[in-house]
Design a protein around this ligand. Structure first.
Ligand code: FEO
Length: 395
């Protein structure tokens, strides 16, 4: 990545990763990602805010050389995950007198994950600040976005919030600014769904904490910088709210076509009632797209056949993710077909331990769906319509 000045004497010096296609062995990255690292130059001291993934360490070093940085006084570690801290050992070696600033929980993680000497570290506390000479950095603890140790760093005089993962986007954007707002909104929502959605309550508290700061710029550690920050702040206010949309998401898998027939019938019945319905055929679904659809939808219907004694493994995976991502879904139902028995419905419902939607009656039938079975699907559509009307999202 080229060096970008995002505010007077504040530079983005991180790395773009156009080719990365998977994160955590789980999250698809159709647009690659970036590891944003920032340099803040005061009159007397210089601070490096976060580093980059070790695979892009050379890019960071190159940008430091290009920026003619001879000394770094502070290395701020907002978050210990390796895509931001993985180059910390090299930075610590390159700048042997730099103090490494961490939250209390982060200290333990950089020692255990990165073998950092604790004697090099200084623990900062809530709202503590350091003076770089005409530039002040202030720290705000922001645990659980998505690790327990994360903090935010605020450049007071310039109104720049270095938010690390929070407000990030997995997107390699060479201009570093949000040019195509529709595309950025879409990518930011996908990122929120995959990483931040389980922590809506924590994010709400953090946003409350920063709401009176004179924010001019949000500079996350993935994707575009927001200046002004309204686009991403407004989007987050919506996503973390309890508002749901008049929409049904239907992750499903079918083996011989019976479950698929039921899903298709449900989709048609819901559309006929004016409710948005989106089926996701799990074996060919991008789970990022599925996660994104869970951000707003009022209802989730899981479709699965019984495989031997229980749900199809693809449905187990989707239900596990649903439970893990903890969306604000209000209603859930299970549909599908079985051959001779099994405990499919009980198994899937038993997996929903972290989410508490109202569970609607399942439509679970033997064999291929006949006319009477499809009538049951239409009754489920009626129930969903009634429920959506009761909570005021369907007229
Ligand atoms: Fe981008 Fe939690 O690391």
């Amino acid at each position: 990545m080229a060096v970008h000045e995002i505010a007077p004497d504040i530079f983005a010096i991180g790395a773009l990763d156009f080719d990365r296609r998977l994160f955590d062995g789980l999250i698809p990255l159709p647009q690659g990602t970036s590891y944003n690292s920032y340099l803040v130059r005061g009159k007397e001291k210089t601070a490096l805010i976060d580093t980059v993934d070790p695979s892009r360490e050379l890019d960071l070093v190159t940008n430091l050389v290009k920026s003619r940085v001879e000394k770094v006084d502070y290395i701020v570690v907002n978050h210990a995950e390796q895509d931001h801290s993985g180059s910390l050992p090299m930075m610590a070696e390159l700048f042997p007198t730099a103090r490494i600033l961490v939250s209390e929980k982060c200290l333990d993680l950089v020692v255990h994950l990165l073998d950092i000497d604790p004697a090099r570290c200084t623990v900062v506390s809530e709202q503590e600040s350091i003076d770089l000479g005409g530039k002040t950095l202030q720290f705000f603890m922001a645990p659980w976005v998505h690790w327990p140790e994360t903090m935010l760093t605020f450049a007071v005089e310039d109104g720049v919030l270095f938010s690390c993962d929070l407000f990030g986007t997995h997107m390699a954007e060479s201009t570093l600014t949000a040019r195509d707002k529709v595309q950025v909104y879409h990518s930011a929502k996908r990122y929120f769904a995959e990483i931040m959605m389980p922590f809506r309550k924590n994010i709400s508290e953090h946003m409350e904490k920063i709401k009176d700061l004179p924010l001019k710029t949000i500079a996350p550690s993935h994707g575009p910088v927001y200046s002004p920050p309204d686009l991403i702040l407004d989007a987050y206010r919506d996503w973390i709210s309890d508002r749901v949309s008049d929409e049904v998401v239907i992750p499903y898998v079918s083996m011989h076509g019976s479950t698929e027939k039921m899903v298709n019938h449900l989709v048609e019945a819901l559309i006929a009632r004016g409710i948005r319905a989106t089926p996701y055929n799990l074996p060919v679904t991008d789970i990022g797209e599925l996660a994104m659809s869970l951000v707003d939808a009022a209802t989730v219907v899981i479709g699965t056949p019984t495989l031997l004694f229980g749900p199809h493994p693809q449905a187990v995976y989707a239900t596990y993710l649903f439970n893990l991502l903890k969306p604000k879904t209000r209603f859930v139902a299970i549909i599908g077909s079985y051959g001779w028995g099994g405990k499919t419905v009980e198994t899937l419902q038993g997996m929903m331990t972290r989410v508490h939607p109202e569970v609607l009656d399942p439509v679970y039938i033997k064999g291929a769906p006949g006319t009477g079975d499809l009538k049951l699907i239409e009754s489920l559509a009626d129930t969903i319509e009634k429920k959506h009307r009761e909570i005021g999202i369907h007229s």
